[in-house]
Design a protein around this ligand. Structure first.
Ligand code: RB5
Length: 147
């Protein structure tokens, strides 16, 4: 069985992603992982850019993140404004695998109004167990820096 590529996962959402965030944290707690929840801690309405910002500032080379909003689109737009962030909006097993293999994504973005809990769990397992393939993909990923 494949192991997780990281011990530490930082997670955050907006109000639309709050419930799925709670479910994923409960799932992760079964494993020996360091889960850092940056909130929100209830379902009150918040602005997703504030939570994307909080999380992106904490991503380094030895940790990964998960951001959840209703569609995943707002979180993606905001997160990808940060130089070291390669955020990927994932909605299937295949995009979970390719976001890691080809794009070396370090932030997984989920749209809580587009996918259910079972698919979200499937996605996190694939994403956090898949390694970057490097090679030609590294050449391409390095080109993100030149913008
Ligand atoms: C909040 O209603 C919603 O706009 C947000 O969760 C997200 O889908 C934005 O992209």
């Amino acid at each position: 069985m494949k192991t997780y590529i990281t011990k530490k996962i930082i997670i955050s959402s907006d109000h639309a992603g709050y419930s799925l965030k709670k479910k994923l944290i409960a799932y992760f707690n079964k494993f020996n992982l360091d889960i850092v929840d940056l909130g929100p801690f209830d379902e009150s309405s918040v602005d997703y850019p504030d939570y994307a910002k909080k999380l992106c500032k904490k991503i380094s080379s030895d940790n990964y993140g998960i951001l959840i909003c209703g569609t995943g689109i707002g979180m993606s737009i905001m997160a990808n404004r940060y130089k070291k962030i390669r955020a990927s909006l994932v909605y299937s097993s295949n995009t979970a695998k390719l976001a890691r293999e080809h794009n070396n994504a370090n932030v997984l973005i989920l749209g809580s109004r587009s996918i259910n809990k079972d698919l979200a769990i499937k996605i996190v397992n694939i994403f956090f167990k898949t390694r970057f393939l490097k090679g030609r993909h590294l050449r391409r990923v390095n080109k993100f820096k030149n913008v």
